[in-house]
Design a protein around this ligand. Structure first.
Ligand SMILES: Nc1ncnc2c1ncn2[C@@H]1O[C@H](COP(=O)(O)OP(=O)(O)OP(=O)(O)O)[C@@H](O)[C@H]1O
Length: 855
């Protein structure tokens, strides 16, 4: 930021260009003392280095696995450092610069409760940087202060010089209002300032030919809006905290300032303190978990030093606005960064914390981008406007004023995680190079030391007058400043008329006076002539200037109108911006809430998906197990069925083999069962055998067989109810062919074969032909699938053939099954199916080599 001159002066070249050198931002670290035997996580290594020891509970400890982090600063103040020590090292050079017309910015940064306010303000007995700065300034300029109201703020970041009369009028007005106010608040002890221990330091190198005035402003940045803490407003408005939001603007010299801020002219530290306490009462403070008096806003206390040179006589202020030099020192007490999870803030405190953290984040971002731009010659835009704090100090960061930072640290372990970030940022800030601006003082060709000379002269004159010493000629000539006729008239009391001496003395004195008068007159005439000539010149210039002035006035009037219109538009735009910012804040808050809700829902959804996945997995596993079990069981069942089937096949084969054997044994004649099977089921009682409708015909001897499809072609069935159970009741002879080891049936119902010839083996076909039998009965016995005995009687007619042989025509089968009453009933359908299959299989074997037709 540039030390400013009044807006009337032409715009200077930016200080960056004028700067002699670049210096890094000076960062100091102050460790505050611990309370109540708390555990520390900070170790001061040297006067410039500090080390952070991660506590076991800290998150960084877990990540970094106990790694000490060392930081280096311009100077580290341990917990025993005094306020004076800190001031002398950090702020005193800034005060010196201020007096020499250079700007400065000092801010305290750190976690909440780390001692920023203590360092900046302190307490009455142990004053911080701000009161000490004021003390030193007033100690230094005490003898050179201008009378009050000689300089008057023009509310555009500049100052006007008032005439003595105007200044006097203002002083009287103030006196009047002060008296009224004191009468009103007579008993109000609130305004009493606490007893202070002032700092006695004095800066020696003050320009004595200048006259000085000190102004202070006190603003706070709360929720990213600027408020004037010294604004003159009614008491009830103060209580309800309805301070007006102020706008940050740029002046004619491109310096940022708070528009229409109250600038209080102070003549002593006490005056400044009165203003400070007035503002302090309005500042937003609150009790939080981490600090009983926590600043909820960033406060900016600015000391502006206005200086103007004295005229050539060293007596009055040079009435030239261009000559005014304004420098300022801004002391910024930033609100503490805080993590909401630790502070447990809610509602307004939480919103405040959010805004505090946002503006601190913007400060960090701006400084990081600045550093990046400097280090890597990048040209990134620095987002100063994102926060009011950075916007206000844009000029400083752009290299037009000295910037210093005190990073305050509370060494307790609870603050470790936040302190890590704070120190990291502070260390990084040191890498930023700031141009050191030169103080710009215009040279008006005035003799240095004129104030002192004038004082000496006046003093000498006074002394001579006191001593009655008439020899003042030399002094007058030497100094050449006083235009007078010489010493006053001597005592000329004429007591005697003859007192010539007196007359002679008077004549001498008058002659001297006359000479002196002539001398002065001559000098005066010369000067008069000179002045007249100059006046003529000036008059000529004046006429030209007037003409120019008239033109300029017209132009100025137009410009003013334009400016007014622009200002009105600007005000509107700023109001719109404010309302938009407010809306944005609200929307951001809504967005955060919605985001949180979305996160919750996403988590829920995710959980549900997980559950679903688990369920799916569970059922897939189950299905797989079930499938495996089913496959296994199917295989097992198939195997069982295969085994059963094989067993059945084997049984069938055995049966057929037996039949075959029997048939082979009985002489190549074979009896094959027909498709139709009559089943005689017996439990305890034998039921009659049902007749079948088809028969298989097997030719034995000639070895040809044929299927009889018509029941009319065969004899009546043994069990046909229309016939007798057995045709053996007639005169026919039966060839009863049953195995030798046949099991005795022991049943009531027996086939009736009155005349029969029994054989156990049929080895030769002639046995059938020669025995003159007309009927043939073959008995087989075997176990069925349920282990029961099954007896079958295959019956046939023996018909003689033309070739002399015999044809055996099977026409009926009787099946006798014996079942235990306790046995599990076999499903009829299955049984019949299996029987049918058996018979078919038997027939298939029996009619081997012939086409089998099913009917
Ligand atoms: N160096 C110190 N010596 C003694 N006391 C200190 C020191 N620093 C801080 N304190 C004390 O610690 C407390 C908190 O300090 P302070 O209010 O200055 O913190 P802060 O950083 O300004 O907090 P916030 O950001 O919340 O405003 C105060 O009671 C203060 O007196």
């Amino acid at each position: 930021m540039k030390p400013t001159r009044n807006k009337t002066q032409p715009r200077k070249t930016p200080a960056k260009v004028q700067s002699a050198s670049r210096d890094p931002v000076k960062v100091f670290c102050r460790i505050r003392p611990l309370q109540n035997n708390e555990e520390t996580c900070v170790k001061v290594i040297s006067q410039t280095a500090v080390s952070l020891l991660p506590p076991e509970a800290g998150s960084s400890y877990r990540v970094a696995n106990y790694k000490e982090i060392q930081h280096t600063f311009k100077r580290v103040f341990d917990d025993r450092a005094t306020q004076k020590e800190v001031f002398d090292h950090v702020a005193l050079p800034l005060v010196e610069n201020l007096i020499h017309g250079k700007n400065g910015l000092l801010f305290t940064y750190g976690v909440t409760g780390s001692g920023k306010t203590f360092t900046m303000t302190g307490d009455p007995q142990n004053g911080g940087i701000m009161p000490r700065c004021l003390d030193v300034i007033f100690n230094s300029i005490a003898n050179y202060q201008a009378k009050k109201f000689v300089f008057k703020p023009d509310r555009m970041n500049g100052f006007d010089i008032q005439t003595d009369a105007d200044a006097k009028l203002d002083r009287e007005k103030e006196l009047h209002s002060v008296i009224t106010l004191r009468t009103l608040k007579k008993k109000d002890s609130d305004t009493d300032l606490p007893q202070r221990a002032p700092d006695t330091t004095k800066i020696g190198s003050v320009d004595e030919d200048n006259t000085y005035a000190v102004f202070v402003t006190y603003v706070e940045v709360y929720n990213n809006a600027v408020y004037d803490l010294l604004e003159d407003i009614p008491e009830d408005t103060i209580r309800s905290r309805h301070l007006q939001v102020k706008i940050v603007r740029e002046d004619a010299s491109h310096n940022m300032y708070v528009h229409s801020v109250t600038e209080v002219e102070v003549k002593s530290t006490e005056d400044a303190f009165e203003a400070f306490y007035k503002g302090q009462k309005r500042k937003r403070m609150a009790i939080t978990t981490l600090n009983s008096e926590s600043s909820r806003s960033h406060s900016v206390f600015t000391i502006r030093l206005v200086q103007a040179p004295l005229d050539s006589q060293g007596e009055n202020i040079l009435q030239d606005k261009k000559a005014i030099c304004i420098s300022q020192l801004s002391l910024v007490d930033l609100a503490g960064s805080e993590r909401t999870n630790r502070t447990k803030n809610s509602g307004q405190r939480l919103r405040e914390a959010g805004n505090i953290n946002n503006s601190l984040m913007t400060l960090r971002t701006c400084l990081e981008i600045l550093r990046e731009n400097q280090m890597y010659s990048a040209n990134k835009m620095v987002p100063y406007r994102d926060s009011k704090v950075t916007h206000l100090f844009k000029n400083y960061f752009d290299g037009e004023g000295q910037v210093k930072m005190i990073v305050c640290v509370n060494p307790r372990v609870e603050d470790y995680d936040e302190t890590v970030h704070v120190l990291k940022f502070a260390e990084m800030t040191q890498e930023i190079q700031m141009s050191q601006p030169l103080a710009t003082k215009l040279d008006f060709g005035l003799t240095p030391g004129r104030r002192k000379a004038n004082q000496i002269f006046k003093q000498a004159l006074r002394k001579m007058e006191e001593n009655g010493n008439g020899n003042t000629e030399n002094i007058e000539v030497d100094i050449g400043l006083v235009y007078c006729l010489g010493p006053p008239f001597p005592c000329l009391e004429l007591t005697e008329p003859s007192n010539d001496k007196l007359v002679n003395d008077l004549v001498t004195f008058l002659e001297l006076r006359m000479n002196r008068k002539n001398l002065l007159l001559k000098d005066w005439q010369q000067k008069h002539e000179c002045l007249r000539n100059k006046l003529i010149e000036v008059e000529k210039e004046n006429i030209i200037a007037k003409q120019d002035g008239a033109c300029s006035r017209v132009g100025l009037e137009q410009e003013r109108k334009k400016t007014d219109a622009l200002q009105a538009r600007l005000m509107d735009s700023e109001a719109t911006v404010m309302s938009l910012q407010h809306q944005i804040q609200q929307k951001e808050a809504d967005l955060v809430a919605l985001k949180q809700e979305l996160e919750k829902k996403e988590m829920l959804l995710h959980q549900q998906m997980l559950d679903k996945e688990k369920l799916k997995q569970k059922y897939s596993d189950k299905i797989a197990v079930e499938k495996e079990r089913n496959t296994f069981e199917t295989h097992k069942r198939l195997k069982e069925q295969e085994i059963e089937f094989k067993t059945q096949m084997r049984d069938q084969e055995t049966k057929l083999r037996k039949v075959k054997e029997i048939l082979t044994k009985d002489g190549h004649s074979a009896v094959r069962p027909t498709r139709s099977v009559a089943t005689l089921e017996t439990k305890d009682i034998h039921t009659p055998v049902q007749p079948t409708r088809s028969a298989a015909t097997q030719e034995i001897g000639n070895i040809h067989s044929r299927v009889l499809s018509q029941s009319s072609k065969r004899g009546p069935a043994v069990s046909n109810p229309r016939h007798r159970r057995s045709q053996s009741a007639g005169g026919e002879v039966w060839l009863d062919h049953r195995p030798a080891n046949a099991v005795e049936l022991g049943t009531i119902m027996q086939p009736i074969m009155k005349r029969r010839k029994s054989i156990a083996k049929l080895t030769d076909a002639k046995d059938v032909v020669n025995s003159k039998t007309s009927k043939y009965c073959l008995m087989t016995q075997e176990q069925d699938s349920s282990g029961e005995l099954e007896t079958r009687l295959y019956k046939a007619d023996v018909l003689p053939t033309s070739g002399g042989g015999a044809q055996v025509v099977f026409n009926d089968v009787e099946t006798l099954k014996q079942r235990s009453p306790n046995a599990t009933p076999v499903r009829k359908r299955n049984a019949s199916t299996s029987e049918l299959k058996d018979t078919e299989a038997a027939c298939a074997v029996a009619v081997e080599g012939h086409k089998r037709t099913r009917h």
